[in-house]
Design a protein around this ligand. Structure first.
Ligand SMILES: Cc1cc2nc3c(=O)[nH]c(=O)nc-3n(C[C@H](O)[C@H](O)[C@H](O)COP(=O)(O)O)c2cc1C
Length: 159
């Protein structure tokens, strides 16, 4: 089974989460590929496997700068993603009450609109909670991986 972790980050926290998950999931059976979203476009979703979006939130509820090209390409091209299965680990801060975790939410909304099906609940890490995102990821990751394994085989998509 293949898992693609797509990372949207400004200061590297989301990347730490992805690294933690990659370490936790390295069991020989899984092929895990982590990519920063920089310069990716919607064709990345043509790859075989399940996707996990790991992204923070910036500005006024925007996706981070390195995620913008991918996010805007999805909106512009609107590919049919009905065979795509994905998860979302969002990072944010409840201090930004009006736009808490909007980065992850924006990706979730557009992928859902394009027909993709989310595996599990969308995670909303809160930087003001005192819980480290890597810790949260480690605990959540085991449950999500089990769900993802149940969904494998239904996750290929051709552009
Ligand atoms: C300038 C700035 C704007 C932010 N805006 C939001 C926001 O609108 N909503 C939110 O939930 N978090 C917001 N955050 C919090 C970040 O998303 C959070 O700290 C996250 O863990 C950063 O992850 P990163 O290092 O991967 O970019 C903001 C942080 C900064 C510094």
């Amino acid at each position: 089974m293949k898992l693609h972790l797509l990372v949207g980050t400004m200061t590297g926290t989301a990347q730490l989460v992805a690294q933690e998950l990659e370490l936790a999931w390295a069991d020989g059976e899984l092929e895990v590929e982590t990519m920063l979203m920089d310069k990716l476009d919607s064709s990345v979703f043509a790859r075989e496997g399940i996707f996990l979006i790991v992204t923070s939130t910036y500005g006024q509820g925007d996706v981070p700068d390195n995620a913008r090209a991918l996010y805007e390409d999805l909106i512009a091209k609107r590919p049919d993603l009905s065979r795509l299965r994905y998860g979302v680990f969002g990072l944010g801060d409840r201090t930004y009450a009006e736009t808490f975790n909007f980065g992850g939410r924006r990706f979730d909304d557009i992928l859902n609109e394009l027909g993709a099906q989310r595996i599990g609940e969308r995670v909303q890490h809160d930087a003001s909670s005192g819980v480290l995102p890597e810790e949260m990821a480690e605990k959540w990751g085991a449950t999500w991986l089990a769900l993802a394994k149940e969904n494998q085989g239904q996750s290929t998509f051709s552009v």
